[in-house]
Design a protein around this ligand. Structure first.
Ligand code: ADP
Ligand code: NI
Length: 191
């Protein structure tokens, strides 16, 4: 199988898996993270592009909020099915485990840093704003509680990025969130 075929299989796999999910955690999120990861890999001159591509595409397939799997069982099943070597499987799984905001740890490989940055870029900017309110609505939260999430997480992300390429993309997205918040307070009459 060529790398292109494996990547296409991964796209098909996540499209099916996320069919029933909506809002912030759908196939479109995964595809944006994959696209961001490809851009960052190119800009940073990363070598292990297949590891980066597959880790990006599989980064949410074992998210505990959506799937009750253990030890990245969905990701591992896909990788086994597509005859990815054990060594590469472990590299990909390490990258996936490093993606979570909660781990708060800088990944020790460039591939890990790139996929973590790619996921974080999708949490900020216009798309990040949309995802936050979609998530809030899905969980029965008020708009005010979604606004609080900007201070708890979204506005902190730009300083947690690993790569220069991601920091460059984040600048504009961060500024847009600040503009959004300024408009929000303007409209509700609090400055
Ligand atoms: P991912 O792991 O794909 O980065 P998360 O599972 O952390 O995403 O969250 C999905 C989306 O929902 C993100 O855009 C995130 O900012 C948003 N979100 C997470 N927690 C909250 C919250 N408490 N209130 C509003 N939005 C949230
Ligand atoms: Ni994600």
């Amino acid at each position: 199988m060529t790398n292109e075929q494996i990547i296409q299989n991964a796209i098909d796999y996540i499209t099916k898996l996320f069919e029933t999910n909506s809002g912030g955690h759908d196939a479109a999120h995964t595809l944006r993270v994959y696209r961001n990861a490809c851009l960052l890999a190119e800009a940073e001159g990363a070598k292990d592009t297949l590891v980066i591509a597959l880790a990006a595409l599989l980064h949410d397939v074992d998210d505990y909020k959506l799937f009750a799997t253990e030890n990245l069982a969905n990701a591992r099943a896909f990788l086994r099915e597509n005859e990815i070597s054990e060594e590469m499987t472990e590299q990909i799984c390490t990258v996936i485990e490093g993606v979570s905001f909660h781990t708060h740890k800088k990944p020790d490989s460039l591939a890990g840093m790139i996929v973590q940055d790619a996921d974080r870029l999708d949490a900020i900017g216009a798309v990040g704003i949309g995802r936050t309110f979609a998530f809030g609505g899905e969980h029965g939260r008020s708009m005010e509680s979604s606004i609080q999430h900007f201070y708890d997480k979204l506005l902190l992300l730009k300083d947690l990025l690993n790569t220069d390429a991601a920091r460059a993309i984040a600048q504009r997205r961060h500024a847009f969130m600040e503009t959004f918040l300024a408009e929000w307070y303007e409209e509700i009459g609090e400055m």
